[in-house]
Write a protein that binds this ligand. Sequence first.
Ligand code: UN1
Length: 504
Amino acid sequence: MFDEILRELGIEELNSGVAGYPGATASGALLRTINPATEERLPAVQSASLADYEAMVAQACLAFPRWRSRPAPARGEAVRRIGEALRRHKRALGMLVTLEVGKIRSEGEGEVQEMIDMCDFAVGLSRQLHGLTIASERPHHRMMEQWHPLGPVGVLSAFNFPVAVWAWNAFLAAVCGDVVLWKPSPRAPLSAVAVARIVQEATRGLDCEGVFNLAVAGAEIGERMAADPRVPLVSATGSCAMGKRVGQIVAHRMGRALLELGGNNAIVIAPSATLELAIRATAFAAVGTAGQRCTTARRLIVHESLHDKVVARLQAVYKSLPIGDPWDDRTLVGPLVSEAAVQAMQTALETARSQGGQVVAGGARLARKGYFVEPALVLARPDMPIVGVETFAPVLYIMNYRSFEQALAIHNSVEQGLSSAIFTNDLREAERFVAAEGSDCGIANVNIGTSGAEIGGAFGGEKTTGGGREAGSDSWKAYMRRQTCTINRGDDLPLAQGVKFDVG
Ligand code: UN1
């Protein structure tokens, strides 16, 4: 079955990790990733060398003026064709994501669906890149705002959404008239290679060479891109530490960074909550994708009247979680991505214990090949330092609260600010949670969990999450440059603010 999928996607024993522009070649080191469920080697990818990177940027810079002057709806047509090709290959590409990073199948396919949704959104947007006309204070003048393409946009993506996050960026950038330079996570190179093939197949004959570029590479090329003045915008997804570094390098040259970094997302369960809804949502948010989403729920803040009941229900749910091969349709929890991730989870649990936490469910590594762990529930206090840390694994810290103010204070006490949720049937509590004095996150939900956002909204968060917004709403504006134009149709030269400056 796997061979068939690799064949459909054009994956061979050795694949070039560089694509998208005329003469693309890869001459960097060989990357060999392994299937995290079996520890078996996957096909190899030849990565980009620094010289390959240079060639790619040079070609992208040549392609940009041509792409920029193509009408936006015609750019949208290329994205529409890509959407059609993704529909054809949805099953296979979803399965490749499953093989490479261990996501369960429905989530692997869901990720491809997220790409397709982004295509549809971007195609519509390609006819709606509109500016404003603004009333001028000067007679016979008109002001307007225009949005122009920016240039080559760098996309640094993470292993946990190896294809969807590229799509958020690439399809918006493309309809906005930018060309794209993609450096995927070295832990998910095959998914990126497969996407590049699909794009190539879909855009054949549409003169898109140099528009969707790929360079599989390590951090040094990411840093080179961050420092590269030919790349006006660098969009990076990953850890806060990575984003801080990328953000500083980009800022140093006055470039733009769009950062979507770590989360430490919490769910509040209030006294009036519909408990079964809260339990189901918590389970998906905490253990879905084996706890490896930036939107994963890592903290549960439960009203003291419900605490014991919630813990008991979750313990029962955690005991019956089907953990196993991610391609088996019955599985809900696949493996972590790597040995290092398993170690990081074990270390976090030890630290939690040493700080007074109590592991009341799961936490063990499974005695089989692959990086399988049992998702863990930890009774904790908000002042335990480990609760402030994003460990990219399924560890949920459960805490008590008495008053709503206290719940909010605990909720907002962490450094990160991505996603948040409250379960309540009290209208005023729900409103307070999403009000200015409520959740300080970029995403705030009522009666749904913290993860699994739709593409229609702007996605991203505050504080050390980085402040960037991707995907829906008006996120497209980050991929364009704004120009304010004032046009004088009169015979006089009136100055703004009533300033007089008459020369003889
Ligand atoms: C991420 O983990 O980097 O809201 C992105 C969600 C997904 C995106 C997660 N749509 O969980």
